[in-house]
Each structure stands twice: as structure tokens, then as C-alpha cells.
Design a protein around this ligand. Structure first.
Ligand SMILES: [Zn+2]
Length: 426
């Protein structure tokens, strides 16, 4: 974790502020600016947690804050404790504490036994910038609170970050949702993460998610979620890659060939400057011809197709995941336009129109045919071409990328129905 002090700014500060707010030391929302309020809050937190109140967020402070970011503590059972009394004391449900401790018999709690106690707030933040570090923290929190969520890695990014996969459910009908193929469309990551959390929480508490029984979903479907396909690119856009590092300097250099695209906010590609959603073997040569014609002939912030299909570890990992699983449907989350792309050329997979129409109905997003200049070499294109099954690109939000996080609530509300239909429609 980065060392932060007064005057620091950015995604790291937003994360620090999130921890301080959840711990009850800071009022208001996270703004990413480490000013006097954050300083006072941090010193108070440090004092309360037995670390030196120097107002600098270093390793010990981050460690002390971690329960507030991951959303659970390791609790040592005391005499007289029961799961019910602990749940009441921490403001959570009995079902939540039982779910977090699957191997433990409640009647046999022993003094000093270590258990996991979820804290009474949602883990997934929806009001701050996302980075690979935040993804890692929230994934750790979710799998600890909801151990029935299986965590896997489908590979590594160019810079060696894990490409996280979360699996939930025990049904036979497998579907796969991905987000963050494009770096400056990172707002799609919290959409899938929030959905995963809401789903798991509803399942534990015997509840519903968007009018659908979570238990019914869990028993009938097997949901694969890849929440951030391009972690290096997301980190670049949100200033989480040090400016003196090799990859940052390379990105600056690549950007120099495309002076009209703002840096880093206009960056869609992976850290090698390859647009991952133009790196799949479905009309790739045509995509190359079109994009070269538009001037995207070298690594850069967007629209460069790469030297060949699947040359990038991130697109290759998605390819591998998909060929080794029998997905009945895929959703790929992108931003811009509040529309649903559902076609590849003249393929018409069975049910794809019907499911698309249902998604359109529940979201208000129209079904749209992909424009010719972007109708090739995407993940959805490759999935439809290879399997002749329903694959969709969902374009959330409106405005200029990266969309401001303030749009999150509307985006999430619009998309819950789509995320449910992606399962129930197959
Ligand atoms: Zn995109």
C-alpha cells in the first residue's frame, strides 16, 4: 500500500478515506484529497488503534484499517459468547455470521477460538475510483464473508497482476460476465462486484435480488464473474502506476503518437497499448484494416488491434477460460450509450433475440446492431462466432469516459435486471 500524507491525492486517498469513514472517524464522502480533515481523522484513528499518531498512512496504519476495507475481523471468542450474541453486538444477521464460518458448530464455540465476524456494511465501495488493489481487497473481503464464492485466477496481466475470477452458484447452467476490458471504462468493475455482493448477501439471508429468489438462482445457475480484465490499464487511468516506472513511461511514449487522445484518461488499452476488445479471432484482419485506415497503426491508448489475435495475456486468459467452460451466455460490460449490442454479422444464436429483448425491457437500453467500424475482433464477436450462443456487449452510462462515479447508482439500477436475465434467460 502506498504511503500517504497531507497533500496526497488520488485513488489511494479515496481508499484511505473510505476506511476512515467506515471506522467512524471521518464525515462526508471520500474526495481523494488528503487535507486537514483527513489528517485529523487519521490521527484520531491511529491514536485509537495503538499506532503512532503521526498522520501518515504507512504499513501499520493500513493494516489497522484493513478490517474496515475488507469488511470483516478475526475475532477471538470470549466466555459467554454465542453466534447470536456476537451477531447482535456487531449489528449483523445470525445467518451472515453462520455463513462466514462454515466449518464451525455454533453450539461448540470455545473460548479463544478464532472466528470471522463480518462488519455491518457492504464491502464493495461504489463511490470511489477502482484500482487492482481495491479489487484485491474487496475480493478478499467477499470470499471471507461468503466462503461459498470461489475465487480463482484465470491468468496474469502484463504486469503480473492476477486476473480475478469469482464463481457463484451450484447449478448446471453456466454463464460468464466480464467487465473492464477497457481501462477507462473501469466503472463497470464495481457493477459486477456490487452485483456479486448483493447476490451473495441475498442468498445468505434467504432473500431476493431484483424480484428473483437468490436461492433459486444459486441452485440453477453457475455464474462466472471476471470483474477486471485489464487491471494494468485501470491502474494507469487511475494514477496507480508510479510515474517513474518502466510501464508508465512506455505508456507516455505510446501516447505521444496519438496527441489528440488525453492521457491517461483516454487510455482504453492494456499496458502494452493493445485494445483488448480488438484482440479476439473474429474478423480480426478486417478490424485491423478498418482501424489502420483510421490511423491506429501502432501501440497506443486505444484501437490498436495488436500484432495478431490473442497476443495479450488478458485476452488469451479470457479465451482460455471460455474454451474450457461450456458457457451458455456471456455479458461483456463496457461504457457509453446505454445500449445493448447483441449481434455478430448475421449470426442469430437461438434465444439471443428473445433474451436481448428481455434485457432491453428490464433496463430501458435499446437493442442495437454493432456499427461496422467496431463490429469485429471483440470478445462478444468471438463468442458468438465460435459457439453460436447469445453474447452481449452492454454499454452502460452516458457522457465522456471515464464516466464519473456519480453515475454508478443509476447504472447499477438499470443493470440489475440485465444481470438477472443473463441467468434466467438461458
Ligand atoms: Zn469498451
Amino acid at each position: 500500500m502506498t504511503v500517504l500524507r497531507e497533500g496526497s491525492t488520488g485513488a489511494g486517498v479515496e481508499l484511505l478515506q473510505t476506511g476512515l469513514i467506515r471506522a467512524g472517524f471521518l464525515n462526508g464522502g471520500p474526495d481523494g484529497i488528503f487535507g486537514s480533515n483527513t489528517l485529523a481523522a487519521l490521527k484520531a484513528f491511529q491514536k485509537d488503534n495503538g499506532t503512532a499518531p503521526d498522520g501518515i498512512a504507512g504499513r501499520l496504519t493500513w493494516n489497522a484499517l484493513m478490517p474496515w476495507l475488507r469488511g470483516f475481523i478475526n475475532y477471538s471468542v470470549k466466555s459467554g459468547d454465542t453466534f447470536a450474541s456476537i451477531a447482535v453486538r456487531f449489528g449483523i444477521t445470525l445467518r451472515e455470521i453462520l455463513a462466514a464460518n462454515p466449518g464451525i458448530t455454533p453450539e461448540e464455540l470455545a473460548v479463544s477460538q478464532r472466528i470471522t465476524v463480518p462488519l455491518p456494511f457492504d464491502v464493495v465501495p461504489t463511490d470511489i475510483s477502482w484500482t487492482s488493489e481495491l479489487l484485491n481487497i474487496t475480493v478478499e473481503g467477499l470470499v471471507k464473508r461468503y466462503p461459498f464464492i470461489r475465487r480463482r485466477s484465470i491468468g496474469q496481466s502484463v504486469m503480473g497482476k492476477p486476473l480475478e475470477l469469482l464463481i457463484i452458484g451450484k447449478g448446471t447452467k453456466k454463464v460468464c460476465y466480464n467487465a473492464g476490458h477497457h481501462a477507462n471504462e473501469w466503472i463497470t468493475t464495481p457493477v459486477l462486484m456490487k452485483f456479486t455482493e448483493q447476490y451473495a448477501k441475498a442468498y445468505v439471508n434467504g432473500g431476493i435480488i431484483d424480484y428473483e429468489s437468490a436461492k433459486r438462482l444459486y441452485e440453477n445457475y453457475l455464474l462466472y464473474v471476471v470483474p477486471m480484465v485489464d487491471p494494468d490499464g485501470v491502474d494507469l487511468v487511475n494514477s496507480a502506476i508510479p510515474e517513474d516506472s518502466y510501464y508508465y513511461r512506455q505508456a507516455v511514449r505510446y501516447s505521444g503518437s496519438y496527441p489528440d487522445i488525453p492521457f491517461p484518461s483516454g487510455w482504453k488499452a492494456n499496458i502494452n497499448g493493445v485494445d483488448l476488445n480488438l484482440n479476439y479471432p473474429a474478423g480480426w484482419k478486417l478490424a485491423r484494416e478498418i482501424k489502420y485506415g483510421l490511423g491506429y497503426t501502432s501501440p497506443g491508448p486505444r484501437d490498436f488491434v495488436g500484432a495478431a489475435p490473442l497476443t495479450q495475456p488478458e485476452s488469451y486468459a479470457m479465451y482460455r477460460l471460455t474454451v474450457s467452460n461450456d458457457f451458455l451466455l456471456t455479458l461483456s460490460y463496457h461504457t457509453q450509450g446505454e445500449i445493448i449490442y447483441w449481434k455478430y454479422r448475421d449470426y442469430l444464436p437461438e434465444k439471443s433475440l428473445k433474451i436481448g429483448e428481455k434485457m432491453s425491457l428490464v433496463s430501458g437500453y435499446p437493442l442495437v446492431e454493432t456499427p461496422k467500424e467496431s463490429g469485429n475482433a471483440g470478445y462478444k464477436d468471438w463468442f458468438i462466432k465460435t459457439y453460436d450462443r447469445p453474447g452481449y456487449t452492454i454499454e452502460v452510462g452516458k457522457g465522456k469516459n471515464p464516466l464519473p462515479i456519480e453515475q454508478f447508482e443509476k447504472i447499477y439500477k438499470d443493470n440489475t435486471g440485465i444481470l438477472i436475465t443473463g441467468m434466467t434467460g438461458v
